[in-house]
Design a protein around this ligand. Structure first.
Ligand code: TPP
Length: 628
């Protein structure tokens, strides 16, 4: 890893940057960029966002005193330069590998990861909290939040700006504005930032930061909150305030986020200010690697690639159809038949498979940006007017819209359809991104129907059923990646609350009641058991809510033993629900994810760790005297 990284190998913590001249800091930045390129081309991971934050990180870390000064990164997918400069260069090759560094921020990983992240829009709130705690506890450190132009548009970021601006806190927000979310950014704020960019302020960012410092009243004289505004208006009477200034943040920018000299000027001065400051830095996503600059969207997250022939490796086609693709196609089919179908994404058109829909039906496609709660309540509004809103959000990100699902959708019986991609374990992104809890946060909501398909054909059938034969609020959850192809052909139609029996025998010793992704596992286990002379039933539950207790316990009564299998934490999952209704004489055992946060790593490895495997099911079902 350290080949030719002359400067980086001498940096154990941000403070070490202080001994370098500004010219040398540029060299450091080049090495950080080189380390990211070398490493991510081998491990895969977030790429273009990290190339964009290199100079910003180097300059900020050289200008501040860390520790105790603290930087909170929003989302964390752009914090690889931070990892490299905070003593993790040696471990960087383990990025996103099982047992290795996380791809996001994690408090357990380093004292410099002052706040964990993975979901967008949290940094400013956390920084405001840290600043309040510091003031209460008598600390002196500086607190900085760095947020992207898409993350800063999320509701929570504005709640925090609203609070922090009024509270006159000593806290700084750095906006890392590269004009991109994963897809091109959306929304009025995006247009506003573009306007700020294209009309640079009369006073340059570095000059303004310096002026503010020079005009700082001494701490004793600075009594009233209003005083600060008087000063800045005096400084720049010719400029109308930006939206940020109007709500209490001193705006400094726009500043070239790749110019270390200017950034150093800005940050060394901003560090001396003691009120809310908003630094608007302009960066280029993919900076320094031509193909990534040209197509930052494609290079947002990458699989391993060849540095010399990048496009070759990236164009590798997946072996079989993914659930995401199947959902995208199914949506096109139902939309062609029904004009009231509207597709909604919260900043994830690529990830949820809605790109083709967006192209074909631009008037029936809505990208809200990173605004999951808004997306859900907006959908409820659409449903109240007779449209058929289809909200496609990853299982993990829908967690933040729980109250909207309860209060705005289910309580009002509004037929919003939810499509939860990445349900279950997602792999390398780890605990912030596993969709391990959706059954627990959805199945107890009265009137909300919850389904999970066993394969691609069943997902297609479920999407159609949800939109043509069902008028209740309904969610379907399906995993990341390819759908299995080993299951019998789909024959029986989807019927409300009815399971599908995939295998049954009068001599069954055990009944597997499996949901969604785990049906293929249970089915393969049953085949293996049959080869050993042990018969078993396999129920594909289809519905997690309402559950088909009748079928489960009818078969369970014959075998005497039900094993429930689901890719969800145990608490609040289907296993618990089935066990709670267990009639006398039937034993129920639950196979599920643990009630714990699961680390990152390859999904098969994680499933092995937590017993969601064919081997475990076979072993469970084999009488003790026959076990190997
Ligand atoms: C709550 C939530 N919704 C969606 C995502 C998926 N996501 C990860 S990064 C990203 C785009 C972030 O864009 P921006 O904040 O501008 O940062 P950039 O990558 O451009 O540096 C999105 C939508 C997420 N992490 N969290």
């Amino acid at each position: 890893m350290d080949d030719g990284l002359r400067f980086l190998t001498t940096i154990a913590e941000p403070r070490d940057l202080k001994r370098f001249s500004r010219r040398e800091l540029k060299e450091v930045a080049n090495e950080v960029r080189q380390a990211i390129l070398q490493n991510v081309s081998q491990t895969g991971g977030h790429f273009s966002s990290n190339l964009g934050t290199v100079e910003l990180t180097v300059a900020m870390y050289a200008a501040y005193d860390m520790p105790p000064d603290t930087v909170v990164w929003d989302t964390g997918h752009q914090a690889y330069p931070h990892k490299i400069l905070t003593g993790r260069l040696d471990r960087f090759p383990t990025l996103r590998q099982y047992g290795g560094l996380s791809g996001f921020l994690k408090r357990e990983e380093s004292p410099f990861d002052s706040f964990g992240a993975g979901h967008a829009g949290t940094a400013i709130s956390a920084a405001v909290g840290m600043a309040l705690a510091r003031d209460q506890l008598g600390g002196k450190e500086k607190v900085i939040a760095v947020a992207g132009d898409a993350s800063i548009a999320s509701g929570m970021s504005w709640e925090a700006l609203n609070h922090g601006g009024a509270a006159e806190l000593d806290v700084t927000v750095v906006l890392n504005d590269n004009r991109m979310s994963i897809a091109p950014n959306v929304g009025a704020l995006t247009n506003y930032l573009a306007a700020l960019r294209s009309q640079p302020r009369l006073q340059g960012a570095a000059r303004r930061a310096k002026d503010l410092v020079e005009r700082l009243p001494d701490p004793v004289a600075r009594v009233a909150a209003g005083l600060r505004h008087g000063i800045t208006h005096y400084l720049a009477p010719e400029e109308t305030g930006t939206i940020f200034e109007e709500i209490g943040w001193e705006y400094i920018g726009p500043v070239d986020g790749h110019d270390i000299e200017v950034l150093m000027e800005v940050f060394t001065n901003v560090r001396q200010l003691n009120f809310p400051v908003f630094v608007h830095a302009l960066t280029v996503k993919g900076k320094g690697y031509a193909v990534a600059e040209q197509d930052a969207r494609k290079w947002h997250g990458v699989v391993p690639f060849r540095v010399d022939e990048p496009n070759l490796a990236l164009s590798a086609v997946p072996q079989s159809q993914t659930y995401t693709q199947v959902f995208g196609q199914a949506m096109l089919e139902v939309a062609a038949e029904d004009e009231s179908v509207i597709a909604i994404t919260a900043a994830m058109p690529d990830g949820t498979g809605l790109n083709a829909f967006a192209e074909q039906y631009p008037n029936r496609f809505v990208d809200t940006g990173i605004a999951e709660p808004h997306a859900v309540t907006m959908a409820a509004g659409m449903a109240a007017r007779g449209a058929k809103p289809c909200v496609a959000i990853y299982s993990t990100f829908l967690q933040r819209a729980y109250d909207q699902i309860v209060h705005d959708v289910a309580l009002q019986h509004l037929p919003v359809r939810f499509f939860l991609d990445r349900a279950g374990l997602v792999g390398d992104d780890g605990p912030t991104h596993h969709g391990a809890m959706d059954l627990s946060y959805l199945c107890h909501i009265p009137g909300l129907r919850v389904l999970a398909p066993r394969d691609a054909d069943e997902l297609r059938a479920m999407v159609r059923w949800m939109l043509t034969q069902n008028d209740a609020p309904t969610a379907v959850r399906y995993p990341r990646g390819a759908a299995p192809s080993n299951l019998p052909e789909l024959r029986s139609p989807i019927e409300l609350g009815r399971a599908e029996i995939l295998r049954k025998s009068p001599d069954s010793r055990v009944t597997f009641a499996a949901l969604g992704s785990m049906v293929t596992t249970a089915y393969t286990a049953a085949q293996t058991l049959a080869e050993q002379g042990i018969e078993s039933d396999v129920i594909n539950l289809r519905f997690a809510s309402p559950l088909d207790y009748e079928t489960i316990f009818a078969l369970g009564a014959r075998s005497g033993r039900v094993i429930t299998v689901e890719e969800n934490v145990r608490r609040g999952g289907i296993g618990e629900a089935i066990a709670a209704r267990r009639p006398d004489g039937i034993q129920v055992e639950i196979v599920s994810l643990p009630d714990a946060f699961v680390t990152h790593g390859p999904v098969p490895r994680l499933k092995q760790d937590h017993n969601l495997t064919v081997e475990h099911l076979v072993n469970l079902a084999t009488p003790i005297q026959l076990r190997h």
